[in-house]
Design a protein around this ligand. Structure first.
Ligand code: NAD
Length: 276
């Protein structure tokens, strides 16, 4: 049965490395998390980011704005953070309340402070293979693949999902490491057949239990990005128990990709502090 890739342990190691890097810098990096409104899930995510930011020795420059803040007011806050030399990284927690338009707000974040890697400039830098800040979840997946000892050059990599946040940057990151990349999405014909080609299968479809053993090549490395609150706790996009019977290695949910995301956010903040 498959080896379990322990994302919790890897994330703790990355955070320890980040803390060492921070201690070696001549000024303290500052992470500005920007939370709008009172969505409970967003509040929990932001609280964890702030806590681990402080644990890594960085300054917590959090801003909480009321849920009825206007587009112009929020834009002004982002501009202020963009101009503030104490602010190394800016993270706009998504989703925003319905009356706000995220894209033009994200566009105001300077690419060199874009620790979520979501601006057009960061996406362009990734697509062109230039140095830049990469989206946290897919770069966390790359660290897990390296930890699992996967030889990516020439490998068949299949990504399920093409979101701007995960699937698309995941494909670009795998391509940059010379994998042969296929991206699947909701219109893909015979998903299982395409997935069965994969030496490396990264699943970010947001569909609980989408991927079963019939979609996995024996010995493949399977990374499950999905997170869903099910009746018996958190579940992913992969039916872990049955896939673990055929896969060579697999990430659990929880404790796989999830913990990596914040660790990579902290690493991005240090990268932003050092300069790209
Ligand atoms: P999304 O909804 O924006 O994108 C889902 C993608 O999957 C789409 O491109 C869609 O075409 C594809 N898809 C949907 N149904 C499909 C199907 N039946 N077959 C093939 N492709 C299909 O979601 P996202 O933001 O990319 O997130 C994906 C999942 O990852 C979600 O469960 C989300 O909660 C989770 N997530 C986890 C983390 C983390 O830190 N672990 C971070 C981000 C997202």
């Amino acid at each position: 049965t498959a080896r379990i890739i322990d994302g919790k342990a890897v994330a703790a190691r990355v955070r320890a490395e980040v803390a060492r890097d921070v201690a070696a810098l001549d000024r303290v990096p500052g992470l500005a998390t920007l939370l709008v409104g009172d969505d409970p899930a967003s509040a929990i995510y932001v609280r964890n980011k702030r806590r681990l930011c402080v644990e890594a020795g960085m300054a917590d420059l959090h801003r909480h704005l009321p849920g009825d803040v206007s587009q112009a007011e929020l834009a002004a806050v982002i501009d202020e953070l963009a101009a503030d030399p104490d602010v190394t990284g800016i993270l706009l927690q998504l989703p925003l309340p319905g009356h706000l338009d995220a894209a033009p707000l994200i566009a105001r974040i300077p690419a060199d402070k874009d620790v979520d890697g979501l601006t057009e400039v960061s996406a362009g830098r990734l697509a062109l293979g230039r140095p830049g800040l990469r989206p946290c979840t897919p770069s966390g997946v790359m660290v897990l693949l390296d930890e699992a000892g996967v030889d990516l050059a020439g490998a068949e990599a299949v990504v399920v999902g093409r979101s701007d946040l995960v699937g698309k940057p995941q494909g670009a990151l795998l391509l940059a490491r010379n994998a042969t990349v296929t991206t699947c999405h909701s219109r893909t014909r015979d998903l299982a057949a395409v997935c069965r080609r994969a030496d490396v299968l990264v699943v970010a479809a947001g569909r609980p239990g989408l991927i079963g053993a019939d979609a996995v090549k024996p010995g493949a490395v399977v990374i499950d990005v999905g997170i869903h609150r099910g009746e018996h706790g958190l579940v992913g996009d992969v039916r872990t128990a049955e896939v673990a019977e055929v896969a060579g290695a697999i990430t659990p949910v929880p404790g796989g990709v999830g913990p990596m995301t914040i660790a990579m956010l902290l690493r991005n903040t240090v990268t932003a502090a050092k300069g790209l």
